[in-house]
Design a protein around this ligand. Structure first.
Ligand SMILES: Cc1ncc(COP(=O)(O)O)c(C=O)c1O
Length: 395
C-alpha cells in the first residue's frame, strides 16, 4: 500500500501538524480511511461540510454544472452566480454580493470595500479595528487583522491599517476609534480563537457605536454563517444588521468559495476596483446554491439549535465526572470543551483510535464542528467515545 504520509513529508511544505489519518471517502457524517475503517466526523472539514460528506443534492448540482459550464470568467454573465447571489440577498439583511474563493479573500475584499467607503464618505479614513484572539485568514493583510501574535510574528512588516483590541469589550473599541477609523470587523463568535462567545449585548453595542460614528460594522461570518450557530447567520441572534458580512466555509459544501455581502449604500466598488478570475465561477456557485437552498428549505438551522443544545448538555455532564473539564461553550454546532491542562492533542488521538474525529482548537481545548445534519444519535455516539477518552486521560 502507498505510504501517503511519507510522500507528504517528501513533497509537501510542512505548515501543519496533521493527524495521522488519510481520508479517502466520506458520506454524511462518516469518513473512511484507506483500509476501510470508518470514523464519525466531528471536524467536518473545519466547519465546511455543512450537509455532510458528498450530500446527494450537492453532488448532483456539481455534476450537472460540470457537464454544462465550469468557468467562463466574470467578463460575462453566468446564471449560477446570479442565482446564488439572489438567494443570499433574499435570505439576509444585505443587498449586494461579490464572490471570492476563500474566507481570507472575502475578508480582504471586505476591508478594501470599507477603505473605499472611507475614501468616499469618511474623509479618507482607512483603519479597521479588529479583536485579539480573532482569526480572519492567512493573507498578509488578514494576518495583520487577526489579533493573534502566533500568526503575525513570522511576517514583519505587516500591512498597516489595523488595530487589534480586546474582544468582548465595547470600551476597547471606543478607545481605539479615531478619525482614521472606517470600520470595526469582528466574528460574532470567535471560532479559531477557541469558540469564544461574547456577551449577548456586545454586537448590538458595537453596531450602536458604529452608527454613532458613521463607521461600518463588518461581521466575519466565515465560520458562524450558513446555519452553524442555529440561525442562518449568527447576527440574527443578536438583533443587529451588519453593513458588510463575509461568508465562506459552509457556503458550498467544500467547493472553494467566499462571499462579501454589503448593504446597498456601502456597496461602493466601481467597475475595475475589485475582481477575481475564479471567484463566483459556475461550479462553486451551483454547489453553493444547492447547499444554501437545502439548508433553508429543510430549516437546518432549527435542527442545529436543538442538536447543539443536546451536545452542550452532554458535554456539560463531563464537568461533574472529570474535574479537569473546566468549561463547555458555544452555540449551535460550534462548540468547545476546555481543560485545566494541555491534554487536547492526546484526546484527539484517543478519540481517533476509537473512531471519532475531533479538532484541537487550543492546546487545552477541543472544538466540535460536525456536519449540520447530525442528530442526537451521532451526538450520543461521540459522547460515548469522549467519555472513554476522558477516562483514559484521567488515569
Ligand atoms: C472566522 C474566519 N474568518 C476567516 C477564515 C479564513 O478562511 P479561509 O481559510 O477560507 O481563508 C477562517 C478560517 O478558519 C475563519 O474561521
Amino acid at each position: 500500500m502507498t505510504n501517503w504520509m511519507e510522500l507528504e513529508q517528501k513533497y509537501f511544505m510542512h505548515t501543519i501538524e496533521r493527524v495521522p489519518l488519510t481520508i479517502v471517502k466520506g458520506q454524511g457524517a462518516r469518513v473512511w480511511d484507506e483500509e476501510g475503517r470508518e470514523y464519525l466526523d466531528f471536524v467536518g472539514g473545519w466547519a465546511v461540510n455543512s450537509l455532510g460528506h458528498c450530500p446527494p443534492v450537492v453532488t448532483k448540482a456539481i455534476s450537472e454544472q460540470a457537464h454544462l459550464l465550469i468557468q467562463a470568467s466574470n467578463q460575462f454573465y453566468t446564471i449560477p452566480q446570479i442565482r446564488l447571489a439572489e438567494l443570499l440577498v433574499q435570505n439576509s439583511c444585505l443587498d449586494k454580493v461579490f464572490f471570492s474563493n476563500s474566507g481570507a479573500e472575502a475578508n480582504e475584499g471586505a476591508i478594501k470595500l470599507a477603505r473605499r467607503y472611507g475614501q468616499l464618505h469618511l474623509g479618507g479614513a482607512y483603519e479597521v479595528i479588529t479583536t485579539l484572539g480573532s482569526f480572519h485568514g492567512r493573507t498578509l493583510a488578514m494576518v495583520a487583522a487577526t489579533g493573534q501574535a502566533k500568526f503575525q510574528k513570522a511576517y514583519p512588516p505587516l500591512p498597516s491599517g489595523f488595530v487589534n483590541v480586546e474582544y468582548n469589550s465595547i470600551d476597547a473599541i471606543k478607545s481605539a476609534t479615531t478619525d482614521k477609523t472606517c470600520a470595526v470587523m469582528v466574528e460574532p463568535i470567535q471560532g479559531e480563537g477557541g469558540v469564544n462567545v461574547p456577551d449577548d449585548s456586545y454586537l448590538a453595542a458595537i453596531k450602536a457605536w458604529c452608527d454613532q460614528k458613521g463607521i461600518l460594522l463588518i461581521l466575519d461570518e466565515v465560520q458562524t454563517g450558513i446555519g452553524r450557530t442555529g440561525t442562518l447567520f449568527a447576527y440574527e441572534q443578536y438583533g443587529v444588521e451588519p453593513d458588510i458580512m463575509t461568508l465562506a466555509k459552509g457556503l458550498a459544501s467544500g467547493v472553494p468559495i467566499g462571499a462579501i455581502l454589503a448593504k446597498e449604500r456601502v456597496a461602493v466598488f466601481a467597475p475595475g476596483e475589485h475582481g477575481s478570475t475564479l471567484g463566483g465561477n459556475p461550479l462553486a456557485c451551483a454547489a453553493g446554491y444547492a447547499t444554501v437552498k437545502f439548508i433553508i428549505d429543510n430549516d437546518i438551522p432549527a435542527k442545529v439549535k436543538a442538536v447543539g443544545q443536546y451536545l452542550i448538555a452532554g458535554l456539560e455532564g463531563f464537568k461533574q465526572k472529570f474535574p479537569f473539564v473546566t468549561d463547555v461553550r458555544g452555540r449551535g454546532l460550534l462548540v468547545a470543551m476546555e481543560f485545566n491542562s494541555d491534554i487536547a492533542q492526546s484526546l484527539v488521538m484517543a478519540c481517533l483510535e476509537r473512531g471519532l474525529l475531533v479538532n484541537r482548537v487550543k492546546p487545552n481545548a477541543l472544538r466540535f464542528i460536525p456536519p449540520l445534519i447530525i442528530g442526537n444519535k451521532e451526538v450520543d455516539e461521540a459522547l460515548g467515545v469522549l467519555d472513554k477518552a476522558l477516562a483514559g486521560v484521567a488515569k
